[in-house]
Design a protein around this ligand. Structure first.
Ligand SMILES: Cc1ncc(COP(=O)(O)O)c(C=O)c1O
Length: 470
Protein backbone atom coordinates (compact mmCIF):
# COMPACT_ATOMS: atom_id res chain seq x y z
CA UNK A 1 0.00 0.00 0.00
CA UNK A 2 1.39 3.44 -0.84
CA UNK A 3 1.03 5.75 2.10
CA UNK A 4 -2.34 7.49 1.99
CA UNK A 5 -1.76 9.78 4.95
CA UNK A 6 -0.14 13.18 4.99
CA UNK A 7 3.04 13.55 7.02
CA UNK A 8 1.02 15.68 9.47
CA UNK A 9 -1.41 12.87 10.27
CA UNK A 10 1.39 10.36 10.87
CA UNK A 11 3.53 12.78 12.85
CA UNK A 12 0.61 13.75 15.09
CA UNK A 13 -0.21 10.12 15.83
CA UNK A 14 3.42 9.41 16.69
CA UNK A 15 3.57 12.50 18.87
CA UNK A 16 0.38 11.50 20.72
CA UNK A 17 1.94 8.14 21.62
CA UNK A 18 5.25 9.71 22.59
CA UNK A 19 3.59 12.32 24.80
CA UNK A 20 1.47 9.69 26.52
CA UNK A 21 4.64 7.66 27.22
CA UNK A 22 6.54 10.63 28.63
CA UNK A 23 3.65 12.17 30.58
CA UNK A 24 1.20 9.33 31.17
CA UNK A 25 -0.10 7.93 34.47
CA UNK A 26 2.47 5.17 34.53
CA UNK A 27 5.19 7.77 35.03
CA UNK A 28 6.70 5.79 37.85
CA UNK A 29 6.83 2.42 36.14
CA UNK A 30 10.28 2.19 34.68
CA UNK A 31 10.59 -1.48 33.79
CA UNK A 32 9.55 -3.46 30.71
CA UNK A 33 6.27 -5.26 31.27
CA UNK A 34 6.77 -7.99 28.65
CA UNK A 35 9.08 -11.01 28.62
CA UNK A 36 11.49 -11.69 25.73
CA UNK A 37 9.01 -14.20 24.27
CA UNK A 38 6.16 -11.70 24.51
CA UNK A 39 8.25 -8.99 22.86
CA UNK A 40 9.24 -11.38 20.08
CA UNK A 41 5.61 -12.23 19.50
CA UNK A 42 4.68 -8.53 19.39
CA UNK A 43 7.38 -7.65 16.86
CA UNK A 44 7.37 -10.83 14.81
CA UNK A 45 4.24 -10.01 12.85
CA UNK A 46 5.70 -11.38 9.63
CA UNK A 47 7.49 -9.77 6.71
CA UNK A 48 4.70 -8.23 4.63
CA UNK A 49 4.61 -8.65 0.86
CA UNK A 50 2.58 -5.48 0.53
CA UNK A 51 3.08 -2.35 2.59
CA UNK A 52 0.66 -1.81 5.48
CA UNK A 53 -1.50 1.14 6.43
CA UNK A 54 0.86 3.82 7.80
CA UNK A 55 -1.21 4.78 10.85
CA UNK A 56 -1.64 1.13 11.75
CA UNK A 57 2.14 0.61 11.46
CA UNK A 58 2.84 3.50 13.86
CA UNK A 59 0.19 2.15 16.27
CA UNK A 60 1.52 -1.40 16.29
CA UNK A 61 5.14 -0.25 16.63
CA UNK A 62 4.19 1.82 19.68
CA UNK A 63 2.17 -1.03 21.18
CA UNK A 64 5.03 -3.50 20.77
CA UNK A 65 7.85 -1.20 21.87
CA UNK A 66 6.14 0.39 24.87
CA UNK A 67 5.99 -2.98 26.60
CA UNK A 68 9.76 -3.30 26.43
CA UNK A 69 10.93 0.21 27.23
CA UNK A 70 13.30 1.03 30.08
CA UNK A 71 12.41 4.24 31.89
CA UNK A 72 15.69 6.14 31.83
CA UNK A 73 13.77 9.32 30.98
CA UNK A 74 12.13 9.18 34.43
CA UNK A 75 13.36 10.68 37.68
CA UNK A 76 13.23 7.34 39.53
CA UNK A 77 15.81 5.76 37.21
CA UNK A 78 19.21 5.03 38.79
CA UNK A 79 20.19 1.90 36.87
CA UNK A 80 23.08 2.98 34.67
CA UNK A 81 24.89 6.20 33.88
CA UNK A 82 22.28 7.33 31.38
CA UNK A 83 20.64 10.67 30.69
CA UNK A 84 16.94 11.39 30.40
CA UNK A 85 16.51 12.91 26.90
CA UNK A 86 15.69 16.54 27.67
CA UNK A 87 12.18 17.43 26.39
CA UNK A 88 13.54 20.34 24.35
CA UNK A 89 16.14 17.99 22.85
CA UNK A 90 13.41 15.47 21.99
CA UNK A 91 11.29 18.16 20.33
CA UNK A 92 14.35 19.35 18.41
CA UNK A 93 15.11 15.76 17.35
CA UNK A 94 11.60 15.44 15.89
CA UNK A 95 12.39 18.35 13.62
CA UNK A 96 15.84 16.94 12.84
CA UNK A 97 14.27 13.64 11.75
CA UNK A 98 11.72 15.46 9.64
CA UNK A 99 14.41 17.61 8.04
CA UNK A 100 16.26 14.40 7.12
CA UNK A 101 19.65 16.08 6.85
CA UNK A 102 22.78 14.04 6.18
CA UNK A 103 25.58 15.68 8.16
CA UNK A 104 28.28 14.37 5.83
CA UNK A 105 29.80 17.42 4.21
CA UNK A 106 28.99 21.13 4.31
CA UNK A 107 27.09 20.98 1.02
CA UNK A 108 24.77 18.15 2.13
CA UNK A 109 23.75 19.96 5.33
CA UNK A 110 25.03 23.55 5.68
CA UNK A 111 22.87 24.37 8.72
CA UNK A 112 23.99 21.17 10.48
CA UNK A 113 27.66 21.97 9.78
CA UNK A 114 27.33 25.50 11.16
CA UNK A 115 25.36 24.28 14.22
CA UNK A 116 28.23 21.86 14.98
CA UNK A 117 30.77 24.67 14.68
CA UNK A 118 28.84 26.89 17.06
CA UNK A 119 28.13 24.08 19.57
CA UNK A 120 31.82 23.06 19.47
CA UNK A 121 32.73 26.59 20.58
CA UNK A 122 30.14 26.50 23.40
CA UNK A 123 31.41 23.12 24.62
CA UNK A 124 35.00 24.36 24.81
CA UNK A 125 33.76 27.38 26.75
CA UNK A 126 31.53 25.36 29.13
CA UNK A 127 34.25 22.77 29.79
CA UNK A 128 36.98 25.41 29.69
CA UNK A 129 39.25 23.36 27.43
CA UNK A 130 41.84 24.79 25.00
CA UNK A 131 39.91 26.87 22.49
CA UNK A 132 41.99 25.67 19.52
CA UNK A 133 40.69 22.08 20.01
CA UNK A 134 38.52 20.46 17.36
CA UNK A 135 35.40 18.42 18.16
CA UNK A 136 33.81 15.44 16.44
CA UNK A 137 30.11 14.78 17.08
CA UNK A 138 29.86 11.07 17.84
CA UNK A 139 27.43 8.36 18.95
CA UNK A 140 28.82 8.51 22.51
CA UNK A 141 31.94 8.34 24.63
CA UNK A 142 32.96 4.93 23.25
CA UNK A 143 33.37 6.29 19.74
CA UNK A 144 34.72 9.61 21.02
CA UNK A 145 37.56 7.85 22.85
CA UNK A 146 38.27 5.65 19.83
CA UNK A 147 38.62 8.76 17.64
CA UNK A 148 40.91 10.47 20.17
CA UNK A 149 43.07 7.35 20.47
CA UNK A 150 43.25 7.04 16.69
CA UNK A 151 44.51 10.63 16.48
CA UNK A 152 47.02 9.90 19.25
CA UNK A 153 48.30 6.85 17.36
CA UNK A 154 48.75 8.80 14.12
CA UNK A 155 50.44 11.79 15.78
CA UNK A 156 52.86 9.79 17.94
CA UNK A 157 54.00 7.79 14.91
CA UNK A 158 54.32 10.93 12.78
CA UNK A 159 56.62 12.41 15.44
CA UNK A 160 59.03 9.51 15.01
CA UNK A 161 58.90 9.70 11.22
CA UNK A 162 56.35 6.95 10.52
CA UNK A 163 53.51 7.86 8.16
CA UNK A 164 50.60 5.75 9.46
CA UNK A 165 48.15 6.97 6.86
CA UNK A 166 50.50 5.77 4.11
CA UNK A 167 52.14 2.69 5.68
CA UNK A 168 49.29 1.31 7.80
CA UNK A 169 49.60 -0.26 11.25
CA UNK A 170 51.10 -3.64 10.49
CA UNK A 171 54.76 -2.59 10.25
CA UNK A 172 54.44 0.37 12.57
CA UNK A 173 56.68 0.77 15.63
CA UNK A 174 54.93 -0.43 18.78
CA UNK A 175 52.91 2.10 20.76
CA UNK A 176 52.25 1.18 24.37
CA UNK A 177 49.03 2.29 26.07
CA UNK A 178 48.96 2.86 29.85
CA UNK A 179 45.49 2.58 31.38
CA UNK A 180 44.17 2.48 34.93
CA UNK A 181 43.23 -1.14 35.71
CA UNK A 182 39.64 -0.01 36.40
CA UNK A 183 39.25 2.01 33.19
CA UNK A 184 35.84 1.73 31.59
CA UNK A 185 35.35 -1.39 29.45
CA UNK A 186 34.84 0.73 26.33
CA UNK A 187 38.44 1.99 26.45
CA UNK A 188 39.63 -1.58 26.02
CA UNK A 189 37.13 -2.31 23.24
CA UNK A 190 38.11 0.92 21.45
CA UNK A 191 41.77 -0.03 21.69
CA UNK A 192 41.07 -3.48 20.24
CA UNK A 193 39.16 -1.85 17.41
CA UNK A 194 42.26 0.26 16.67
CA UNK A 195 44.55 -2.76 16.57
CA UNK A 196 45.96 -2.72 20.10
CA UNK A 197 46.09 -6.14 21.73
CA UNK A 198 46.43 -7.00 25.40
CA UNK A 199 50.21 -7.09 25.11
CA UNK A 200 50.24 -3.45 23.97
CA UNK A 201 48.29 -2.29 27.01
CA UNK A 202 49.80 -1.86 30.48
CA UNK A 203 47.27 -1.80 33.31
CA UNK A 204 48.25 0.60 36.08
CA UNK A 205 47.27 -0.08 39.66
CA UNK A 206 44.55 2.03 41.25
CA UNK A 207 43.58 3.24 44.72
CA UNK A 208 40.44 2.44 46.77
CA UNK A 209 38.32 4.73 44.60
CA UNK A 210 39.57 3.13 41.37
CA UNK A 211 41.84 6.08 40.48
CA UNK A 212 45.22 5.57 38.86
CA UNK A 213 48.21 5.74 41.24
CA UNK A 214 50.61 8.33 39.72
CA UNK A 215 53.78 6.69 41.11
CA UNK A 216 52.79 3.35 39.54
CA UNK A 217 52.21 5.10 36.22
CA UNK A 218 55.61 6.76 36.42
CA UNK A 219 57.32 3.45 37.14
CA UNK A 220 55.51 1.72 34.25
CA UNK A 221 56.30 4.51 31.76
CA UNK A 222 60.00 4.25 32.65
CA UNK A 223 60.00 0.66 31.43
CA UNK A 224 59.11 1.50 27.81
CA UNK A 225 61.11 3.76 25.51
CA UNK A 226 58.81 3.89 22.45
CA UNK A 227 55.76 6.08 21.76
CA UNK A 228 53.17 6.00 24.56
CA UNK A 229 49.57 6.91 25.26
CA UNK A 230 48.21 7.40 28.79
CA UNK A 231 44.45 7.10 29.28
CA UNK A 232 43.07 8.63 32.46
CA UNK A 233 39.57 9.07 33.72
CA UNK A 234 37.19 11.79 34.92
CA UNK A 235 34.35 9.94 36.66
CA UNK A 236 34.90 6.30 37.65
CA UNK A 237 31.89 4.17 36.73
CA UNK A 238 31.40 2.93 40.34
CA UNK A 239 32.95 5.56 42.62
CA UNK A 240 32.47 8.60 40.35
CA UNK A 241 35.99 9.71 41.33
CA UNK A 242 38.70 11.40 39.28
CA UNK A 243 42.34 10.66 38.53
CA UNK A 244 44.89 13.22 39.78
CA UNK A 245 45.29 15.00 36.49
CA UNK A 246 47.96 17.47 37.54
CA UNK A 247 50.31 14.69 38.67
CA UNK A 248 49.43 12.29 35.88
CA UNK A 249 49.79 14.83 33.11
CA UNK A 250 53.12 16.09 34.53
CA UNK A 251 54.40 12.49 34.47
CA UNK A 252 52.92 11.91 31.02
CA UNK A 253 54.68 15.01 29.67
CA UNK A 254 58.01 13.99 31.21
CA UNK A 255 57.78 10.75 29.21
CA UNK A 256 56.64 12.44 25.97
CA UNK A 257 53.34 10.52 26.01
CA UNK A 258 49.91 11.57 24.68
CA UNK A 259 47.34 11.98 27.46
CA UNK A 260 43.70 11.13 26.77
CA UNK A 261 40.92 11.67 29.33
CA UNK A 262 37.79 9.51 29.32
CA UNK A 263 35.31 11.96 30.84
CA UNK A 264 32.08 10.32 29.64
CA UNK A 265 30.04 11.86 32.46
CA UNK A 266 32.61 13.25 34.93
CA UNK A 267 33.99 15.89 32.60
CA UNK A 268 30.81 17.88 33.27
CA UNK A 269 32.18 18.60 36.76
CA UNK A 270 34.48 20.98 34.93
CA UNK A 271 31.44 23.13 34.02
CA UNK A 272 30.54 23.58 37.70
CA UNK A 273 32.70 26.02 39.71
CA UNK A 274 32.01 24.18 43.00
CA UNK A 275 33.30 20.89 41.48
CA UNK A 276 36.06 22.27 39.31
CA UNK A 277 38.75 21.17 41.78
CA UNK A 278 37.98 17.55 40.77
CA UNK A 279 39.24 18.34 37.25
CA UNK A 280 42.25 20.43 38.28
CA UNK A 281 44.90 20.33 35.53
CA UNK A 282 42.71 18.43 33.05
CA UNK A 283 43.08 21.17 30.44
CA UNK A 284 46.71 20.10 29.97
CA UNK A 285 45.71 16.78 28.39
CA UNK A 286 45.81 16.18 24.62
CA UNK A 287 42.29 14.84 24.12
CA UNK A 288 39.04 14.32 26.01
CA UNK A 289 35.90 12.26 25.38
CA UNK A 290 32.57 13.26 26.89
CA UNK A 291 28.96 12.29 26.36
CA UNK A 292 26.10 14.57 25.44
CA UNK A 293 23.51 11.89 26.21
CA UNK A 294 24.57 11.39 29.82
CA UNK A 295 24.78 14.46 32.04
CA UNK A 296 23.90 16.98 29.36
CA UNK A 297 20.61 15.08 28.70
CA UNK A 298 20.81 15.32 24.90
CA UNK A 299 18.62 12.55 23.40
CA UNK A 300 20.51 9.45 22.29
CA UNK A 301 22.94 9.32 20.65
CA UNK A 302 25.40 12.09 21.40
CA UNK A 303 29.08 12.30 22.35
CA UNK A 304 32.04 14.54 21.66
CA UNK A 305 35.65 13.73 20.70
CA UNK A 306 37.72 16.76 21.66
CA UNK A 307 41.31 16.95 20.39
CA UNK A 308 43.81 19.73 20.98
CA UNK A 309 45.80 18.93 17.84
CA UNK A 310 43.23 19.69 15.15
CA UNK A 311 45.62 18.66 12.37
CA UNK A 312 46.04 15.16 13.86
CA UNK A 313 42.26 14.93 14.27
CA UNK A 314 41.59 15.88 10.64
CA UNK A 315 44.39 13.71 9.27
CA UNK A 316 43.05 10.64 11.10
CA UNK A 317 39.40 11.06 10.11
CA UNK A 318 39.95 12.27 6.56
CA UNK A 319 37.46 11.05 3.96
CA UNK A 320 38.16 12.47 0.52
CA UNK A 321 36.59 11.82 -2.85
CA UNK A 322 36.11 13.95 -5.92
CA UNK A 323 32.41 14.38 -5.22
CA UNK A 324 32.93 15.40 -1.57
CA UNK A 325 33.63 19.10 -1.81
CA UNK A 326 35.68 20.64 0.95
CA UNK A 327 33.87 23.01 3.30
CA UNK A 328 34.13 26.76 2.89
CA UNK A 329 36.92 28.15 5.06
CA UNK A 330 34.43 29.60 7.58
CA UNK A 331 32.79 26.25 8.37
CA UNK A 332 33.33 22.50 8.64
CA UNK A 333 32.41 19.33 6.89
CA UNK A 334 31.07 17.26 9.82
CA UNK A 335 32.63 14.03 8.50
CA UNK A 336 36.15 15.51 8.79
CA UNK A 337 36.02 14.82 12.54
CA UNK A 338 34.33 11.38 12.68
CA UNK A 339 34.77 8.08 10.83
CA UNK A 340 31.32 8.12 9.25
CA UNK A 341 30.45 9.95 6.07
CA UNK A 342 26.64 9.81 6.29
CA UNK A 343 25.20 10.41 9.71
CA UNK A 344 22.57 12.17 11.77
CA UNK A 345 22.89 15.94 12.23
CA UNK A 346 23.82 15.69 15.91
CA UNK A 347 24.61 19.38 16.36
CA UNK A 348 20.99 20.53 16.27
CA UNK A 349 19.78 18.75 19.42
CA UNK A 350 23.00 19.68 21.21
CA UNK A 351 22.38 23.32 20.25
CA UNK A 352 18.79 23.13 21.54
CA UNK A 353 19.61 21.45 24.87
CA UNK A 354 22.49 23.81 25.66
CA UNK A 355 20.19 26.75 24.90
CA UNK A 356 17.38 25.29 27.03
CA UNK A 357 19.60 24.57 30.05
CA UNK A 358 22.07 27.42 29.83
CA UNK A 359 25.30 27.47 31.81
CA UNK A 360 23.36 27.96 35.08
CA UNK A 361 20.92 25.14 34.30
CA UNK A 362 23.77 22.68 33.71
CA UNK A 363 25.44 23.77 36.93
CA UNK A 364 22.21 23.52 38.95
CA UNK A 365 21.44 20.03 37.60
CA UNK A 366 24.90 18.57 38.19
CA UNK A 367 25.06 20.04 41.70
CA UNK A 368 21.54 18.77 42.51
CA UNK A 369 22.52 15.25 41.45
CA UNK A 370 25.66 15.38 43.61
CA UNK A 371 23.60 16.69 46.55
CA UNK A 372 21.13 13.84 46.01
CA UNK A 373 24.01 11.33 46.10
CA UNK A 374 25.17 12.62 49.48
CA UNK A 375 21.56 12.63 50.70
CA UNK A 376 21.18 8.95 49.84
CA UNK A 377 24.45 8.18 51.60
CA UNK A 378 23.15 9.93 54.74
CA UNK A 379 19.75 8.23 54.43
CA UNK A 380 21.41 4.81 54.44
CA UNK A 381 24.05 5.60 57.04
CA UNK A 382 21.94 4.53 60.05
CA UNK A 383 20.97 1.16 58.57
CA UNK A 384 23.13 -1.66 59.98
CA UNK A 385 24.42 -4.05 57.31
CA UNK A 386 24.23 -1.49 54.49
CA UNK A 387 27.62 -0.16 53.36
CA UNK A 388 28.36 2.56 50.85
CA UNK A 389 31.73 1.36 49.59
CA UNK A 390 32.90 4.51 47.85
CA UNK A 391 33.67 7.99 49.05
CA UNK A 392 30.81 9.93 47.46
CA UNK A 393 32.46 12.74 45.50
CA UNK A 394 30.02 12.98 42.58
CA UNK A 395 26.76 11.24 41.61
CA UNK A 396 27.66 7.55 41.99
CA UNK A 397 27.15 5.18 44.94
CA UNK A 398 28.39 1.60 45.17
CA UNK A 399 26.39 -0.16 47.89
CA UNK A 400 26.94 -3.62 49.38
CA UNK A 401 24.74 -5.49 51.84
CA UNK A 402 25.55 -7.91 54.62
CA UNK A 403 28.17 -6.06 56.70
CA UNK A 404 30.68 -8.58 58.07
CA UNK A 405 29.09 -11.67 56.50
CA UNK A 406 31.16 -13.89 54.17
CA UNK A 407 31.68 -12.74 50.58
CA UNK A 408 29.32 -15.43 49.34
CA UNK A 409 26.58 -14.34 51.74
CA UNK A 410 27.10 -10.62 50.98
CA UNK A 411 26.87 -11.29 47.25
CA UNK A 412 23.69 -13.29 47.80
CA UNK A 413 22.14 -10.54 49.94
CA UNK A 414 23.09 -7.75 47.52
CA UNK A 415 21.58 -9.63 44.58
CA UNK A 416 18.45 -10.32 46.65
CA UNK A 417 18.07 -6.62 47.54
CA UNK A 418 18.29 -5.66 43.86
CA UNK A 419 15.59 -8.24 43.03
CA UNK A 420 13.31 -6.96 45.81
CA UNK A 421 13.66 -3.36 44.61
CA UNK A 422 12.75 -4.51 41.11
CA UNK A 423 9.65 -6.27 42.49
CA UNK A 424 8.52 -3.16 44.35
CA UNK A 425 9.15 -1.18 41.13
CA UNK A 426 9.13 2.32 42.54
CA UNK A 427 12.76 2.91 41.51
CA UNK A 428 15.02 1.32 38.91
CA UNK A 429 18.45 0.17 40.11
CA UNK A 430 20.97 -2.31 38.73
CA UNK A 431 23.91 -4.33 39.94
CA UNK A 432 27.59 -4.55 39.09
CA UNK A 433 30.76 -6.07 40.47
CA UNK A 434 33.48 -4.01 42.07
CA UNK A 435 36.60 -5.15 43.88
CA UNK A 436 35.53 -8.75 43.71
CA UNK A 437 32.07 -8.31 45.20
CA UNK A 438 28.56 -7.62 44.02
CA UNK A 439 27.28 -4.09 44.42
CA UNK A 440 24.06 -2.20 43.92
CA UNK A 441 25.17 0.77 41.85
CA UNK A 442 23.16 3.98 42.02
CA UNK A 443 23.75 6.57 39.28
CA UNK A 444 21.97 9.86 39.88
CA UNK A 445 21.95 11.53 36.50
CA UNK A 446 18.36 11.68 35.25
CA UNK A 447 17.43 15.30 34.57
CA UNK A 448 14.53 15.85 36.98
CA UNK A 449 15.68 13.63 39.86
CA UNK A 450 15.42 15.45 43.18
CA UNK A 451 15.34 14.77 46.92
CA UNK A 452 11.81 13.24 46.83
CA UNK A 453 12.98 10.59 44.38
CA UNK A 454 16.00 9.89 46.58
CA UNK A 455 13.81 9.46 49.67
CA UNK A 456 11.62 7.02 47.73
CA UNK A 457 14.72 5.13 46.56
CA UNK A 458 16.19 5.12 50.09
CA UNK A 459 12.90 3.75 51.46
CA UNK A 460 12.81 1.05 48.82
CA UNK A 461 16.43 0.01 49.54
CA UNK A 462 15.84 -0.16 53.30
CA UNK A 463 12.57 -2.11 52.93
CA UNK A 464 14.24 -4.57 50.53
CA UNK A 465 17.23 -5.02 52.83
CA UNK A 466 15.09 -5.60 55.94
CA UNK A 467 13.01 -8.13 54.04
CA UNK A 468 15.92 -10.16 52.65
CA UNK A 469 17.89 -10.48 55.89
CA UNK A 470 15.04 -10.85 58.36
C1 LIG B 1 33.58 6.31 32.25
C2 LIG B 1 32.82 5.88 31.01
N1 LIG B 1 33.46 5.83 29.83
C3 LIG B 1 32.84 5.45 28.70
C4 LIG B 1 31.51 5.10 28.70
C5 LIG B 1 30.85 4.68 27.43
O1 LIG B 1 29.99 5.71 27.00
P1 LIG B 1 28.91 5.47 25.86
O2 LIG B 1 28.02 4.40 26.37
O3 LIG B 1 28.23 6.79 25.72
O4 LIG B 1 29.62 5.08 24.62
C6 LIG B 1 30.80 5.13 29.91
C7 LIG B 1 29.38 4.71 29.96
O5 LIG B 1 28.78 4.63 31.01
C8 LIG B 1 31.47 5.56 31.10
O6 LIG B 1 30.83 5.63 32.27
Amino acid sequence: MTNKYSFKVLAERAMERAVSYREGDDNLLSRPTASVQELKALFDVGLPEEGRDGLEVIGSLAMAAEKGLVGNTKPNFFGWVMGASHPVGVAAEWMVTAWGQNAAIFDTAPAAAVAEDIVAGWLLELLDLPRMSSIGFTTGATMASAICLAAARSELLRRIGFDLEHNGIFDAPEIKVFVGEEAHATIFSGLRFLGFGESNVAKISVDEQGCMIPASLDAALKGFSGPKIVVCQAGHINSGDFDSFTDIIRITRAHGAWCHVDGAFGLWARAVPALRHLCEGIEEADSWSVDGHKWLQIPYDSGFAIIKNCEAHRRTMDTSASYLNVAPSESRSPSQYCPELSRRARGFAAWAVIQALGRNGIEEMVLRHCRCARHLQEYLSGEAGVTVLNEVVLNQLAIAFGGDATLKKRNYLTAAVIDEIAKENTSFVAGAEWKGQKILRVSIISQFTDTDDIERLGGSIVRAWRKVHS
